[in-house]
Design a binder for this molecule. Structure first.
Ligand code: NAD
Ligand code: TYD
Length: 396
């Protein structure tokens, strides 16, 4: 029975990972979730999972050596998946220090405790078998790519990748370059700089102490339980609650969107089959300009409302006002990265992973989920999270 310690498991991707694990392995695994329940984490997200005998929860900070150490001693995880982080670029521009503390020092504390607990007695760099530390990173550590094409162009992939991806014919790109695992790290925001620091200290623990680690660097995730500060849930929430839709700059920035369950599957494959010490890029093969994402959400909500009048009471404005006229082009984010594009050929060819969910299907599932789960949205947005940063600084 494999034991997973999942930090940040009450947040967006961590919670979807916990759900994926239980759907896939049922009672053959056990899970310990460690989460500080910041503004971004909510126990309602994993309420059903916490009722199970094989899932336990600790509220705590990944920076707290005593709490983390106790979990290692008592639960003795085989796998650690470190999702816990401050994750929003706009907030990192306002509060860089907190991002460095949580994302770098928090990761270092997790690595330290893994090293202490997993080391074979009497050795300096030999660990008990079957242990793996997976640091969840981001494509943002590679910096920004140029957008070279006005309209997306067909994307050619190698024959090997095409074999894994059989059936997917909708691949396209906005530029010739993509991020590979060998692309030099060149972060440009306090968030991505902090995530890069975490990657480097993770690799340093592997090189220096032989700790069995992996890193996954994924593109922008979307799906259920996404906090409505990020583009896709923010736009859905603003449409439903009668607000306008802020698009930074001209909306031409490009992101590669990955359905969150596809990401969860990749993480479990790396834990179980990845080569120790390796970095794996995880991408959606789905580049889109922000303005097109926003228009797709407007179209999808409008169509679903027309087809299912039962959803109409959720909309705090007349349906005929749900048009592109709701879009406001607002002041751009400082240092706004132009384009992210992940080349996931390594994980495709080594582990047979491929993003399975086409964007059209994923975005429809996502919008429907928000329409069907408004109590969740109300719960996560009703908290006193405006004071959160002041509180975090004073607590540490
Ligand atoms: P999120 O903000 O939704 O969730 C973060 C979770 O971590 C929350 O539950 C929060 O309470 C918890 N947390 C924060 N600080 C903590 C601390 N000090 N101790 C313990 N728990 C703490 O983030 P997410 O979108 O789920 O992202 C998860 C991970 O994936 C992050 O490491 C992020 O950098 C990475 N990532 C996210 C995306 C994306 O598109 N969302 C893309 C690439 C990489
Ligand atoms: P976001 O979801 O914050 O993810 P990231 O910055 O990590 O990629 O933003 C996705 C893109 O959407 C990014 O280019 C910034 C843009 N954006 C807007 O145009 N308006 C918004 O209100 C937000 C939150 C983001």
């Amino acid at each position: 029975m494999k034991k997973y310690l999942v930090t940040g498991g009450a947040g967006f991707i961590g919670a979807n990972f916990v759900k994926y694990l239980l759907d896939t392995h049922g009672d053959e695994i056990s899970i310990h979730v460690l989460d500080a329940l910041t503004y971004a984490g909510n126990l309602m997200t994993i309420a059903d999972e916490l009722k199970r005998d094989n899932v336990e929860f600790t509220r705590g900070d990944i920076l707290d050596a005593e709490t983390v150490g106790r979990i290692f001693d008592e639960f003795d995880p085989d796998y650690v998946v470190n999702f816990a982080a401050e994750s929003h670029v706009d907030r990192s521009i306002e509060h860089p220090r907190l991002f460095l503390e949580t994302n770098i020092l928090g990761t270092q504390n997790m690595l330290d405790q893994a090293r202490r607990s997993w080391l074979m007695p009497g050795t300096k760099d030999t660990y008990r078998p079957g242990k793996r530390f997976l640091q969840i990173s981001t494509d943002e550590v590679y910096g920004s790519l140029p957008r070279e094409f006005d309209t997306p162009q067909p994307l050619a992939v190698s024959a090997e990748v095409a074999k894994v991806a059989s059936g997917r014919t909708d691949l396209h790109t906005f530029g010739k370059e993509m991020f590979t695992e060998d692309t030099p790290l060149a972060p440009r925001s306090p968030y991505s700089a902090a995530k890069t620091g975490a990657d480097l200290i993770t690799l340093a623990y592997h090189e220096t102490y032989g700790l069995p680690v992996n890193i996954t660097r994924c593109s922008n995730n979307y799906g259920p339980y996404h906090f409505p500060e990020k583009l896709i849930p923010l736009i859905i929430n603003n449409i439903l609650t009668g607000r306008r839709l802020p698009v930074y700059g001209r909306g031409e920035n490009v992101r590669d969107w990955l359905y969150v369950t596809d990401h969860a599957k990749a993480i479990d494959m790396v834990l179980r089959h990845g080569r120790v010490g390796e970095v794996y890029n995880v991408g959606g093969f789905n580049e889109a300009a922000n303005i097109d994402i926003v228009r797709t959400i407007i179209d999808t909500i409008s169509r679903l409302m027309h087809d299912n009048p039962g959803y109409m009471p959720l909309l705090k404005r007349p349906l005929d006002e749900v048009t592109y006229d709701l879009i406001d082009f607002v002041t751009d984010r400082p240092g706004h990265d132009m384009r992210y594009a992940i080349d996931p050929s390594k994980i495709a060819t080594e582990l047979g992973w491929y993003p399975e969910t086409p964007f059209k299907e994923g975005i429809e599932k996502t919008v429907r989920w928000y329409l069907d789960n408004q109590p969740w949205m109300e719960s996560v947005t009703s908290g006193e999270y405006q004071n959160y940063y002041r509180q975090m600084y004073s607590d540490r």
